[in-house]
Design a protein around this ligand. Structure first.
Ligand code: ZN
Length: 272
């Protein structure tokens, strides 16, 4: 991996979506589940699950290899709409080389791995393992819904929009986002295509939002001379807020679907 890039990645804000966004995704997923065993258990464990969804960022600079699990720089592999994907990680390594994967990230496979871990944990009934896997899945799926986690140009470098990453995923959420006010139901469904195909579908859907966000910020910076609260409010009421709200709801809808599918695959166990 290029030395400069490694450094930049380490300097990236540690919390994609910020805690507010990641916790909202978990909350939405619980609300979206159909009434029954799974929903009542996850609702009981709500506080622990919300907290577990922040763990991957907490261990990001501590655990070797963790940082690469939070992004997928899709254009490094092939142009949009990335027709060769999904493919298993081993196949991607053969085809693109380990160095490219180190640089490009492994986010879609982190989603798949956490899904498999959740199925195993639900089968075993191990409470701590269920929380860990459900939290990891929530986190990585959430990261995949942040369009700036799907591109090499993760901080608007090519647009001279440095700072767009933290602005979009945490500064504006911290200032204006209210999860209850923004919730719209997206009922869970069985994910027949599998977790990996779903992960790549999310990235395919997100990626075109990268230039949209950058253009919007470019326009906003010309309109405002001072980057104060009025400027932030204008961004939140416009396209930045709209994209953030839609992406968080989409993530919550898909997370509920993966939770439900994992529970069905585990044999619909009783949870206590
Ligand atoms: Zn992350």
């Amino acid at each position: 991996m290029r030395r400069g890039l490694v450094l930049l990645l380490l300097l990236l804000p540690a919390l994609a979506w910020g805690p507010k966004g990641h916790e909202a995704i978990v909350q939405y997923a619980i609300w979206n589940l159909p009434p029954g065993e799974l929903k009542s258990a996850f609702a009981r464990w709500q506080a622990e699950l919300r907290d577990a969804s922040l763990d991957p960022d907490r261990r990001r600079n501590r655990v070797p290899g963790e940082a690469h699990r939070h992004f997928f720089s899709a254009e490094l592999f092939e142009p949009w709409p990335f027709p060769s994907f999904p493919m298993p990680l081993a196949e991607a390594e053969r085809r693109f080389g380990k160095a490219t994967l180190d640089e490009g990230g492994v986010l879609p496979w982190a989603i798949e791995e956490s899904y498999r871990a959740l199925v195993a944990a639900l089968k075993s009934g191990d409470h701590a393992a269920i929380l860990r896997a459900a939290g990891d899945l929530a986190h990585y799926l959430g990261d995949a819904h942040q369009p700036l986690h799907t591109t090499l140009d993760f901080d608007g470098q090519a647009w001279l929009n440095g700072g767009i990453h933290a602005l979009f995923e945490s500064t504006l959420l911290d200032a204006f986002f209210d999860e209850r006010a923004e919730y719209r139901p997206r009922p869970a469904r069985a994910v027949e295509e599998g977790a990996l195909a779903l992960a790549f579908a999310v990235i395919r859907e997100d990626y075109p939002l990268v230039p949209v966000l950058n253009e919007e910020l470019w326009k906003a910076k010309r309109l405002y001379s001072e980057f104060d609260r009025r400027y932030y409010r204008m961004l939140w009421r416009g396209l930045f807020g709209e994209v953030a709200r839609v992406q968080l709801r989409r993530a919550g809808g898909r997370l509920s679907s993966l939770y439900l599918t994992a529970w069905i695959e585990a044999g619909r166990p009783a949870l206590r």
